[in-house]
Design a protein around this ligand. Structure first.
Ligand code: TYD
Length: 426
């Protein structure tokens, strides 16, 4: 270990706040009917005080820039600050450093209160011994001063940041610095400031600060529930949140997920029945799965990704077993071959009454072949899911899917996050 105290800058080093900042600046400018500059110019808003950027890059006088800043905040306070993304591997790095007893702090130019809110929202606050940012009294605190507030005595410390200001701040305080070139800083400028080290990626930062960090761990998550329970909408929302929290996600679905399995999907879900018998249907789902597991799921988990799969083997047990009445043992048997070691680590079970779910679904789209099977069939799927949940209380995470959409997302995401952390997936 080179350092036993690491002080991080926030924006552009731990998190990517570009999406929120762009959206809020665009919101303010549109409301004022002011021309919106291109992305290159908007990137310059990341870092300096807002009013200064509105004046300099949008040609506003002081009074207009103050009005633009107020409009920016109108969106930033309720929404914009959450439109942030933790850089990949940062969570795992903080965790690994903390485990080794390294002192961790943040010194940021973003107001201290907002910075703490952001760290808490992304569940990173727990890793830090101290956080310093400008408070209402000292909006012009320079980086060196901010570092001095969190610098511990008697430790070998380093400042990690993406701008020349971070490097100069470290030099003012007589400590080493690491320039990260994946952030917003102009690379030439930050390198010209003379950092002790520089890195291009978060992986390289991990290698420098914690050489024996554990390898990235993958995880296999499935979503299950009766037709119309809202799995696909929830999968979209959960995928977006996981990405924001710094995870690398591979989103997929069944039947499908790779070209061969997508072809099989067309056959099994075709609206015309074609006289398909239940056994053929079960074997086709298993065949699609065998391909999907080997070609997509297992390789992605091995690469350390979170695989998020909309339906999986439980659907076969429920639909072909429980609802169509085939032997569940036989369904399990043919799927043993399909699965290899591709068993889900966790299953988000979107639990809901089947008739309410179907009514919700039919309000937005025409029924497919399976949805046309009628109420009794769908009632059996609900019963079969309940039975599976009783059999797998550890793997199944029941989520109340009858709630309002955002509440379902919140409940499902928090439950999943807890599981990921318990499983050491960071
Ligand atoms: P899809 O359009 O993906 O619907 P949903 O959004 O409800 O998942 O269609 C998948 C249908 O296929 C769904 O009715 C359940 C059925 N199915 C099975 O019968 N067995 C299986 O093994 C799988 C994966 C799906």
């Amino acid at each position: 270990m080179l350092y036993d105290a690491v002080i991080f800058d926030l924006d552009g080093t731990l998190t990517d706040s570009q999406p929120g900042i762009f959206a809020c600046a665009q919101y303010a400018l549109k409301k004022m009917n002011w021309p919106v500059p291109d992305d290159r110019t908007l990137r310059r808003f990341l870092g300096p005080p807002l009013a200064e950027s509105f004046a300099r890059y949008c040609g506003m006088d002081e009074e207009t820039a103050v009005r633009a800043t107020a409009l920016y905040r109108e969106r930033y306070i309720p929404i914009g600050w959450k439109e942030n993304q933790v850089f990949p591997r940062i969570r795992a790095l903080l965790h690994a450093l903390k485990e080794k007893g390294v002192y961790l702090a943040v010194a940021t130019g973003k107001p201290e209160h907002t910075s703490i809110e952001i760290l808490k929202y992304f569940d990173l606050f727990q890793y830090f011994d101290a956080v310093a940012g400008p408070t209402p009294g000292d909006l012009h605190a320079d980086k060196g001063q901010l570092i001095s507030r969190v610098l511990p005595k008697g430790k070998k410390a380093v400042m990690v940041g993406d701008t020349a200001g971070d490097i100069k701040g470290a030099q003012d305080m007589g400590i080493d610095s690491i320039a990260v070139l994946y952030g917003y800083g102009e690379n030439e400028e930050v390198l010209a400031a003379g950092p002790t080290h520089f890195v291009d990626t978060t992986e390289a930062l991990c290698a420098l600060l914690c050489p024996d960090m554990p390898k990235k761990k993958g995880y296999f998550v499935t979503l299950e529930g009766v037709d119309g329970c809202g799995k696909t909408t929830q999968a979209d929302a959960i995928q977006a949140l996981l990405t924001q929290f710094g995870y690398t996600v591979h989103r997929t679905r069944e039947p499908g997920g790779c070209p061969i399995a997508e072809e099989i999907r067309k056959i099994v879900l075709a609206k015309e029945d074609g006289g398909m018998c239940a056994e053929t249907e079960a074997l086709l789902f298993a065949a699609a799965r065998a391909q999907h597991v080997r070609q997509v799921i297992l390789p992605a988990v091995k690469e350390g990704k979170i695989v998020l799969c909309d339906r999986f083997v439980d659907s076969s047990i429920v639909y072909q077993g429980g609802a169509r009445g085939l032997s569940r043992e036989w369904i399990k048997e043919i799927n043993k071959v399909a699965l290899e070691e591709g068993v889900p680590d966790v299953t988000l079970y979107l639990r809901m009454d089947h008739s309410a779910a179907l009514a919700r679904r039919l309000a937005v789209s025409a029924p497919d072949r399976i949805e046309q099977m009628g109420d009794k069939f769908l009632a059996r799927t609900e019963e079969a899911y309940e039975a599976l949940y009783q059999e797998n209380p550890q793997r199944f995470l029941p989520i109340n899917a009858a709630q309002e959409k955002d509440q379902v997302t919140e409940e499902a995401f928090q439950a999943l996050l807890k599981r990921l952390q318990e499983g050491g997936v960071l």
